[in-house]
Design a protein around this ligand. Sequence first.
Ligand code: ADP
Ligand SMILES: N[C@@H](CCOP(=O)(O)O)C(=O)O
Length: 329
Amino acid sequence: MAVYTEVTDEALRAFLADYALGELIAFRGIAEGVENSNYALRTTAGDFILTLYEKRVDPAELPWFLGLMRHLAAHGLACPEPVAGRDGVALRPLAGRPAAVCTFLPGVWPRRVQVAHCRPLGEALAALHAAGEGYDAVRPNGLGPAAWGPLLDRCRARGDEAKPGLVAELDAALAAILRDWPGGGEGAAALPRGQIHADLFPDNVFFLDGSGAPRVSGLIDFYFACTDLLAYDIAVCLNAWCFEPDLSFNVTKARALLAGYQSRRALAPAERAALPVLCRGAALRFLLTRLYDWTETPPGALVTRKDPLEYLRRLRFHETATGPGAYGL
Ligand SMILES: Nc1ncnc2c1ncn2[C@@H]1O[C@H](COP(=O)(O)OP(=O)(O)O)[C@@H](O)[C@H]1O
Ligand SMILES: N[C@@H](CCOP(=O)(O)O)C(=O)O
């Protein structure tokens, strides 16, 4: 459920008066999503998505996110494009929250990821990284390695409720990740950096399925995007797309994802070598945010909690990886 803020018909019509989007025909709340309230809008000018930004999004960062989406769309990436009002401004208040209208993307996200999704996903990720070039404003990754220790500390008191011994296991995993993290040690190779999505899970990638050959129709949800290692984005995708429902790793999916990515940008040797630790870090990042939500979400809250232990299984797999060969490279 992700309609935290209700919008009345009257308030929406007044809001839309500031846009050249024609007459409102219909609008409905979208149940999917976690962070913000989303509405599908239909006006005489077409279909749009209205997002009301909720408490976990810092309003001061919204211009960076909207600017990134505008830049990516202008450079050929299929992603939501903020629609400016008649005054040229894309962000304005609605029902007490900052809100923006974006273009609607066709397609559906894959409920069951197939190998056939993974190559186009890799291509789309590389296209995102290329399109991000030239967007020079930096947004540090607020959920990068420096945040994991403090996040684990916030889970310390109750983390073992998810699994006895979990906090001690994560302490050891984090220490090893920070020790091995690229750029952390003396003489470590600097990996290519740029604008990354940082949350490119299947529910953020839309496909159109033409006769069994799915093609990406758009990428959404840029509200964790930041400036970080490009290969870290690949590690997020390897975690989110290449494990089966029984949590076994599917190297065929990984190979397809990496082949798709490398058809547009070849990985540097240092990026290949860093894949295991980047994957460990990405697994830990989602484990920790899920664990925090697991222990801190009050009973009866609107948000569906996601299982942190799915990411413990992934982390343990990556801990067995001795090199990029584990990912089919
Ligand atoms: N530009 C868009 N075009 C089409 N559907 C969208 C668009 N943006 C969001 N949606 C719909 O809204 C849902 C939730 O969006 P999302 O950005 O993932 O929300 P949240 O940030 O709250 O997790 C998506 O699963 C999709 O159905
Ligand atoms: N992808 C994250 C949760 C963030 O949800 P989103 O709807 O904003 O993509 C996870 O699975 O833990």
